[in-house]
Design a protein around this ligand. Structure first.
Ligand SMILES: Nc1nc2c(c(=O)[nH]1)N[C@H]1C(S)=C(S)[C@@H](COP(=O)(O)OP(=O)(O)OC[C@H]3O[C@@H](n4cnc5c(=O)[nH]c(N)nc54)[C@H](O)[C@@H]3O)O[C@H]1N2
Ligand SMILES: Nc1nc2c(c(=O)[nH]1)N[C@H]1C(S)=C(S)[C@@H](COP(=O)(O)OP(=O)(O)OC[C@H]3O[C@@H](n4cnc5c(=O)[nH]c(N)nc54)[C@H](O)[C@@H]3O)O[C@H]1N2
Ligand code: SF4
Ligand SMILES: [Mo]
Length: 858
């Protein structure tokens, strides 16, 4: 079988993948992002391309509709709203997961033909502060670094980045470089301890939003210890004196770090020439995100540590095409191809090139404001493409209500049901990864092809063609007559050539004669150019700017809620949630809470906690751990209303934004927390899918079907009836066990001689081996044995999954450690764990450390 060369659809590392229609997935050894490696999510791609849950045909209301009918309706409704209320009464909300071709066409339709800039995207929640910070410092939104810089650096500082889980292949490249050069130093700046911390030499457990105070203090130190590169700043940088004067006013204590921690950080940073500072959402998603970015850039500019191998600031991008979206200008305050919306010459040039009837004159609404406008009735027609804002935006319940308030809502998605498409009037089926063709740009500006290796399912169509069809029906056919994505890409490159007289960083000339079908991964501007090597920046005087940034004072709400990502899930889980291999790593929404706080709230491990504020509430499983500091909580962003009853964490994040970027502060909100005491806790495993309606419920895919963690407020009168209702199994033989002493209840349901569902309930959190229960589903095990909830005596209980690729559990690993495995490599030899994608290596290392504690004490 020939495998198709394509690119992973998840994170911004942009790994090359070799894929086949039977689900074969391999790392592409020739792709310069990964040289053959893949992480757990990439390796499991083959399990996510089946058609279960897919939207296969357009829907109008809940009815299947023809493409003609659906597209006519969309075009008519948008035209009607524009005619009656003007172009700013309609909006698109798009995504860094669209391909460049999709994104280019959406941006062109809104800005050049509808004539509004009301197109914003989930990149507003993701990279907007980096964009704003780069523009202030460099005059352009340039990410100057390359992945090789990370391997060449002597010091890597990771600020607000859990690279081990979120950019695993890049993390593995760094880990390999550190192994080869043990002198390489890694500093991790994060309010909590993560898998990334495990590789770091130093962990600075900074206070939430303490970053500006820390980097201002570093700048002051650099100045006071004659580390400023005076020749460089003289020729290439403006604003040093002002930035330094303001930095001197910062109080280092606002970083939440001790004087000693700050002193040693200052010494190592300023004393190491080759330093790369990597930053991500702990920087961007903040009320002072843009200032955090500039506080970091200030230090690199003051020392001239930018534009040279092995050094520089490096904003790692989240989504597979966050960079492509920025390039085509797909945000409400951008034009196209890194041109300025506020520049009349730029606007004219784009309008001339597009031969468009109009061009937007002023910035459109940024994401949070866009949904506020929906709530206020100002948006009459909204089109959401490739994103799930009813889950991923702050104040998610408010956003869902705002979407409901829009008279006409369209979604384009690959899935039939998402929390957002449930609110839409028209749902359009898009082709997904593996079925569509186009390009994406990764974190180091490398453009790679995504290529189809599967047929389009049902009548699904690629996003660029859906948008072009609507544009045509709105009356703009001549400008949207693309036949294939290559036509769009060629136009995008041609626009770049047409505006090349404007000084910009974006330069796509290397793609002018590109063979689109056979395009190999290529960096812009061209593979050997290094940005800023010549000290030239893009402000009119050619110099970079240091920006004075004021550090916010420390605050101390009772609880600060931090949010982020899990290793094996992608955002709202519409794809990774389908994989049984990825499910068990962390199978329900959880809340990390410090042991001291847990004690004061009377929360024991496994209890449920309710977090709430004026926006809403969420109920999550307590994960009592000193990885978070006292007073801080951490919850994953992944769980939706489809997978939980009450676990959408954005119900309690606040829609407050950074004043420059408009990016919401998703990492530090004030919440209250209290123990949630149900009358009973439950665990249910079943062969068929589950939609339990208990006050707390979280479902996950398993190797044998589905599982649900449950909790109820009322003890059912009849447990068997309850088990039947929760599992949806009205037929079948039932076995019931009750223990009046403990109140424990166990129910088995067998259909055609096979275990179809097992239900466990207890007044206390249910303790049993989930893996053992799940393994019995679908087998002919006798009910009594199935209800034991234990792995049969002749088989060891593997414990919770650590390695997703080989399904190796924690207990198996602890046994291997006890039997003498003392390194990650040996653990791998003995159990296979960590030997495929390697994403669990940090956890293996942590487990070894933990396992060796009692031995050391002996
Ligand atoms: N597995 C997985 N990988 C992904 C994704 C996914 O959904 N799943 N999504 C992708 C996307 S779109 C993105 S944007 C990236 C995000 O990648 P990351 O930014 O690395 O991930 P997060 O978990 O959102 O947040 C990173 C860290 O910021 C820390 N933090 C919080 N507040 C502060 C602060 O005030 N200062 C500092 N210094 N740190 C703070 C958090 O504790 C957290 O550990 O991941 C990408 N990769
Ligand atoms: N609390 C909290 N909230 C956050 C964050 C956080 O750290 N904390 N991070 C924020 C960040 S950085 C991001 S990037 C966002 C991500 O948030 P979202 O973008 O809302 O999350 P996804 O689940 O990636 O949504 C992508 C949607 O597109 C669909 N899809 C997949 N492929 C295609 C395709 O080819 N075409 C079309 N039309 N649809 C497709 C998927 O089924 C899914 O419904 O979340 C943000 N929200
Ligand atoms: S690191 Fe993993 S998720 Fe990111 S692109 Fe590579 S394989 Fe995909
Ligand atoms: Mo993101």
């Amino acid at each position: 079988m020939t495998l198709t060369r394509t690119t992973c659809p998840y994170c911004g590392v942009g790994c090359g993948v070799l894929a086949g229609p039977d689900g074969t997935i391999k790392g592409d050894p020739d792709h310069p992002a990964n040289y053959g490696r893949l992480c757990s999510k990439g390796s499991a791609l083959g399990e996510t391309i089946d058609l279960e849950g897919r939207l296969l045909h357009p829907k109008v209301g809940s009815q299947r509709a023809s493409w003609d009918m659906a597209l006519d309706l969309v075009a008519d409704e948008f035209n009607a709203a524009i005619a009656e209320y003007g172009p700013d009464s309609v909006a698109f909300y798009a995504s860094g997961q669209l391909l460049t071709e999709d994104y280019y066409v959406a941006n062109k339709l809104m800005k050049g033909f509808i004539g509004s800039a009301n197109i914003d995207t989930n990149s507003r929640l993701c990279m907007a502060s980096s964009v704003a910070g780069h523009k202030r410092a460099f005059g352009t939104d340039t990410v100057p670094g390359t992945y090789e810089d990370l391997e060449e650096a002597d010091l890597i500082v990771l600020v607000g980045s859990n690279l081990a889980w979120c950019h695993p292949v890049l993390f593995q490249r760094i880990a390999a470089a550190k192994e080869a050069r043990p002198d390489m130093r890694i500093v991790n700046i994060d309010p909590r301890r993560t898998a990334t911390t495990d590789l770091a030499d130093v962990h600075l457990q900074i206070a939430p939003d303490g970053d500006v105070a820390l980097f201002n203090e570093l700048l002051t130190y650099i100045a006071d210890h004659n580390r400023i590169d005076a020749t460089y700043t003289h020729h290439h940088v403006n604003g040093l004196a002002d930035a330094l004067a303001v930095a001197r006013q910062s109080n280092p204590a606002d970083s939440g770090l001790s004087q000693q921690e700050i002193a040693s950080f200052n010494a190592i940073w300023s004393g190491t020439e080759k330093v790369v500072t990597i930053y991500s959402q702990g920087v961007n998603q903040s009320q002072c995100g843009t200032d955090k970015v500039n506080a970091i850039l200030n230090c690199h500019l003051a020392t001239g540590r930018i534009g040279k191998p092995g050094m520089g600031p490096f904003s790692v991008t989240g989504q597979p095409n966050a960079m492509g979206g920025r390039e085509v200008g797909g945000l409400a305050n951008m034009l196209a191809n890194h041109l300025e919306l506020g520049n009349a010459d730029h606007r004219q040039a784009v309008q001339d090139f597009w031969k468009s009837p109009t061009i937007c004159m002023r910035p459109g609404l940024k994401a949070v404001d866009l949904f506020k406008a929906c709530a206020e009735g100002d948006i009459k027609a909204l089109w959401v493409m490739s994103t799930n804002p009813a889950v991923s935006l702050p104040d998610a319940d408010g956003v869902a209500a705002a979407i409901r308030n829009v008279p006409f809502v369209v979604t384009s998605d690959i899935m039939d049901r998402t929390d957002t498409s449930d609110l839409a009037h028209v749902c359009l089926p898009a082709t997904g990864w593996g079925e569509k063709d186009g390009t994406v740009t990764n974190s180091e500006r490398r453009i790679s092809r995504q290529r189809a290796f599967l047929p389009a399912p049902g009548s699904a169509r690629p996003d660029w063609s859906i948008i072009s069809d609507v544009a045509t029906r709105m009356g703009f056919g001549a400008a949207f007559a693309y036949e294939e994505p290559a036509d769009v890409f060629a136009e995008y490159v041609a626009l770049d050539a047409a505006v090349s007289h404007f000084p910009r960083d974006l330069d796509l000339s290397i793609f002018a004669d590109a063979d689109y079908a056979n395009l190999i991964p290529t960096q812009w501007p061209h593979n050997d150019k290094r940005f800023f090597a010549d000290g030239q920046f893009y402000h009119p005087d050619g110099k970079a700017r240091m920006i004075p940034v004021t550090a916010p004072a420390l605050t101390s709400p009772r609880f600060t809620l931090n949010t982020g990502r899990n290793r094996d899930q992608w955002h709202t889980m519409t794809r990774t949630g389908k994989s049984a291999r990825l499910g068990p790593h962390l199978a329900e929404p959880y809340l990390e809470i410090h042991p001291a706080d847990a004690a004061s709230l009377k929360v024991a491990p496994g209890d449920l906690i309710e977090v709430e504020n004026i926006y809403g509430s969420a109920v999550l499983r307590a994960l009592v751990t000193s990885r978070v500091a006292p007073g801080q909580l951490f919850a994953p962003m992944h769980w939706t209303r489809q997978r939980t009853k009450h676990g959408v964490i954005n119900a309690v994040t606040m829609p407050v934004t950074d004043p420059f970027s408009g990016q919401p502060a998703l990492k530090a909100g004030a919440v209250n927390a209290s123990v949630y005491r149900p009358k009973w806790y439950g665990f249910l495993a079943a062969a068929a899918s589950l939609t339990p309606q208990t006050p707390y419920a979280a479902i996950a895919r398993t190797q044998t079907g589905w599982q649900a963690e449950l909790a109820g407020r009322k003890i059912p009168d009849d447990w068997v009836a309850a088990a039947r209702e929760l599992s949806g199994l009205t037929a079948g033989e039932v076995a019931l066990q009750t223990d009046p002493a403990t109140g424990d209840v166990r129910v088995a349901i067998e259909v055609d001689g096979k275990v179809a569902a097992l239900f466990f309930a207890s007044p206390k959190p249910v303790i049993l081996s989930r893996a053992a229960v799940v393994a019995v589903i679908g087998t002919t095990t006798a009910p009594l044995q199935a209800l034991a909830g234990r792995t049969p005596a002749d088989q060891p209980d593997p414990g919770p999954t650590v390695c997703a690729c080989f399904n190796v559990g924690r207990n198996t690993l602890l046994v291997a450690a006890a039997e003498g495995a003392r390194s990650v490599a040996v653990l791998g030899e003995v159990t296979c764990a960590g030997t495929n994608c390697g994403s669990c290596k940090p956890e293996l290392a942590a487990l070894l450390e933990e396992a060796s504690v009692p031995m050391a004490a002996e």
